[in-house]
Design a binder for this molecule. Structure first.
Ligand code: GEK
Length: 241
């Protein structure tokens, strides 16, 4: 795994973060050292796939990056399912295509889509994953996407939403932000790297509160909405239609 040192040297001007070739090279290391609980969430996605993916249905991994969730879900999916892995970064999709071709893993078909997740037509879905992706969509566009997912899902199907979250209470916000930065430091990021990455991503990744996410999912018609995981300022919600 190539180590992420993209922000290790001082930059005159920190440009906006992009999911380009440079990021693709280091992505597994970057996400593991930046998102507390990432490995635990992935492992639970596999467990949830075992429960919710139904024969003859579709599965959607929206903002799939290098397909970490897709590859785990595939282990659990019946052979007559189709997993749709969607990402609008061509660098991510091309690398995922290569990883799948080189892999000896077998399972149901995986269709790769280099596309904006707002443009996909979801039908006959039993399991939809938005693992750390909704946060990159403008907040005004989030309800429409969640409604599209709800409408395209079979009764009993599940949505897994993981996000970086924020807090209404300023003291809680400060504390959990500091704990997240401690996590990054403990995993080898310097203060310079933390601060330059923050500048690169702050206008792109817009966190909302857990309550806002839960309400939006309820409003879309999911009958059970269960926050099931939180580590500092990252949380994951399971919603069943
Ligand atoms: C994982 N789920 O490893 N349409 C499609 N893709 C998008 C859009 C969009 N509008 N906006 C962002 N992306 C993965 C991790 S990473 C999380 C997800 C992170 C894509 C973007 O190209 C990137 O690959 C992914 O969403 C977010 O389980 O880097 O913090």
């Amino acid at each position: 795994m190539t180590r992420d040192d993209i922000y290790s040297l001082p930059m005159n001007r920190v440009g906006e973060f992009q999911f380009d070739d440079q990021v693709v090279q280091v992505f597994p290391d970057m996400i593991a050292r930046s998102v507390p609980g990432y490995a635990s969430i992935l492992s639970m996605i596999e467990q949830l796939a075992g429960r919710f993916v139904r024969p003859g249905t579709t599965v959607w991994d929206l903002g799939c990056s290098l397909g970490a969730a897709t590859r785990l879900i595939r282990r659990q999916a019946p052979a007559d399912c189709v997993i749709h892995a969607v990402d609008n970064s061509s660098a991510m999709i091309e690398r995922l295509r290569t990883l799948l071709q080189e892999s000896s893993e077998v399972g149901c078909p995986v269709e790769l889509h280099e596309a904006d997740l707002r443009s996909v037509e979801i039908r006959n879905a039993s399991f939809v994953v938005l693992n750390l992706t909704l946060q990159f969509l403008h907040p005004d566009q989030r309800s429409q996407l969640i409604q599209t997912i709800a409408d395209g899902m079979e009764p009993g199907g599940a949505l897994l939403l993981s996000e970086k979250i924020c807090f209404a209470d300023p003291q809680q916000q400060d504390l959990l932000t500091n704990l997240h930065h401690d996590f990054k430091r403990a995993h080898g990021y310097s203060d310079l790297e933390i601060s330059q990455k923050r500048s690169a991503i702050e206008n792109l990744l817009i966190p909302e509160t857990l309550e806002t996410h839960v309400q939006r999912i309820r409003d879309a018609g999911f009958r059970t909405v269960a926050p099931w995981f939180q580590c500092f300022n990252f949380a994951s919600i399971l919603a069943v239609k």
